[in-house]
Write a protein that binds this ligand. Structure first.
Ligand SMILES: *Cc1c(COP(=O)(O)O)cnc(C)c1O
Length: 393
C-alpha cells in the first residue's frame, strides 16, 4: 500500500492497512489477514462488525424511505427519542449526525439558558484534557492545546478547570458569575482514560443546583453500555440536565443525539436549531435496532463483566511490569499507562500481534473492544497485550 492518499486532506495519520470485511470482533485486511479489534472504530461498533440484525434493518429501510426532512413527523425518530429518554431519565431528544454536533446542540442550550437568565457574558465550565469534538465551538471546549493550535481566535465563553477537582470548580464559581453550564465527560477517553470520582460528579450536581447551571454530560464515548452501565453518569447516581450521545448509537451508521430534561428540555423552539439529515428514518431505525439488541442481550451488564475480566487479567499480567505505571478503566474502556512514550505500540500490536489498539496522550494504550466480545476474546486481547509488552526474548 502506498505511503499516503494523494487526494485526501491530511487530517488523519493513517496506518498502512485497509480492511475489506469484518465479523464481530474480527477484521480482515485486503490481503486476508485477520485482526482482533480492540478499538471498535473508537467506541463505535460496540455490537461488532457486520451485525446481521442491523444489516437487515438498514437493508429494509433503504427500500422504504431514507429521508423526508424534519418538516414532517418521523415515527422512527419519535420512537428512538422516547426509548433514549426512558433509558436515561431525560425528557426530550434532538437528533444530529455526530458527537461534535450533539455537543454543539448542548452548547446552544447553554446559550439559551444564559439568555433566559439574562446573563450577558455566559461561560461554560469545561475541563483540562477534555475532548468534545472538532467544530469551532467544540474544539474551544476541548482541553487540549494541540486541538486548538492554528485555529485561534477560539470561540469565547469557556472557563477551564482541572478534571475531578471540586475545589477548583468552587474557586472559579466564586470568581465567574457568568457561568451557566458545565460540560464534562464521566470518563475522559481521549484524555487518557481517567474516570471522574462519583463524589466529584455528585458535588458538581449540587453546585449546578445552587448556581442554576445546566449539568451537561458528554456521553459520546461513554454512553450506551461502554462503561458497564447504560450511561457513564449512572456510576455517580446523579441526574444530569443534558447528555450527548453519538458513537455507539448507530454501530457505525452516523447518528448523534442531545437529550435534555426539565427546563433544559424546553429551551429550543422552532427556528432555534435544526439539521437536514438529523433524525432521518434510516439513522433512527438503526438506533432503535441497536437498542433492541443491547436491551435483549443485556449488553451493558456484559460489558461490566467483560471489563472486570479484562482489567483483572491485565493487572495480573502487567502489575509488576517495569514500564507500566497504571492499569485502569471502567467497563470496556481501559487504559494502560506506561512510563514512556509508546505511540510505536500501535504499529507493533498490529503487525506482531494482529491486534488493533490506540494510544492516547502519548503514553497510554487504550482499549475499547466491542461490547459483544466473549470471554475467550477478552482473554485473547489480554494475552496479545501481555506479549506485546513483554521484553523481547
Ligand atoms: C468522539 C468524541 C466526540 C466527537 O464526536 P464526533 O462524532 O467525532 O464529532 C465528542 N466527545 C467525546 C467524549 C468523544 O469521545
Amino acid at each position: 500500500m502506498s505511503a499516503a492518499p494523494a487526494y485526501l486532506m491530511h487530517t488523519s495519520a493513517r496506518q498502512p492497512v485497509s480492511f475489506s470485511r469484518g465479523q464481530g470482533a474480527s477484521l480482515w485486511d485486503t490481503e486476508g489477514v485477520e485482526y482482533l479489534d480492540a478499538i471498535a472504530g473508537v467506541a463505535v461498533t460496540s455490537l461488532g462488525h457486520a451485525n446481521l440484525e442491523i444489516a437487515a434493518a438498514i437493508a429494509e429501510q433503504t427500500t422504504l424511505l431514507l429521508h423526508t426532512t424534519n418538516l414532517f413527523r418521523i415515527p422512527w425518530q419519535e420512537q428512538l427519542g422516547e426509548r433514549l429518554c426512558l433509558l436515561s431519565g431525560m425528557q426530550r431528544a434532538f437528533f444530529c449526525n455526530s458527537g461534535a454536533e450533539a455537543n454543539e446542540a448542548a452548547l446552544k442550550l447553554a446559550r439559551l439558558h444564559a439568555n433566559a437568565r439574562q446573563v450577558a457574558q455566559p461561560q461554560v465550565l469545561v475541563m483540562d484534557n477534555s475532548f468534545h469534538g472538532r467544530t469551532l465551538a467544540t474544539l474551544a471546549a476541548t482541553g487540549n492545546p494541540a486541538v486548538h493550535h492554528g485555529f485561534e481566535p477560539l470561540m469565547p465563553g469557556f472557563v477551564r478547570v482541572p478534571y475531578d477537582d471540586i475545589e477548583a470548580v468552587r474557586r472559579v464559581a466564586a470568581q465567574s458569575p457568568g457561568i451557566v453550564a458545565v460540560l464534562v465527560e464521566p470518563v475522559q477517553g481521549e484524555g487518557g482514560v481517567h474516570a471522574a470520582s462519583a463524589g466529584y460528579l455528585q458535588a458538581l450536581r449540587q453546585l449546578c443546583d445552587e448556581h442554576d447551571w445546566l449539568m451537561m454530560i458528554d456521553e459520546v464515548q461513554t454512553g450506551l453500555g461502554r462503561t458497564g452501565t447504560w450511561f457513564g453518569f449512572e456510576h455517580a447516581g446523579i441526574a444530569p440536565d443534558v447528555i450527548t450521545l453519538a458513537k455507539a448509537l448507530g454501530n457505525g451508521f452516523p447518528i448523534g443525539a442531545c437529550l435534555a430534561r426539565g427546563k433544559a428540555a424546553e429551551l429550543f423552539s422552532p427556528g432555534h436549531h435544526a439539521s437536514t439529515f438529523g433524525g432521518n428514518p434510516l439513522a433512527c431505525r438503526v438506533g432503535c435496532t441497536v437498542l433492541d439488541i443491547m436491551q435483549r442481550d443485556h449488553i451493558p451488564q456484559r460489558a461490566a463483566a467483560s471489563g472486570q475480566r479484562l482489567l483483572a487479567a491485565l493487572k495480573r499480567a502487567l502489575g509488576n511490569h517495569p514500564e507500566v505505571v497504571s492499569v485502569r478503566g471502567v467497563g470496556l474502556m481501559i487504559g494502560i499507562e506506561l512510563n514512556r512514550a509508546c505511540a510505536e505500540l500501535v504499529g507493533r500490536a498490529r503487525e506482531e500481534q494482529r491486534l488493533l489498539i490506540t494510544v492516547t496522550r502519548g503514553t497510554t494504550v487504550r482499549l475499547l473492544p466491542p461490547l459483544i466480545c466473549d470471554d475467550a476474546q477478552i482473554d485473547d486481547i489480554a494475552a496479545r497485550i501481555t506479549r506485546l509488552l513483554s521484553p523481547a526474548a
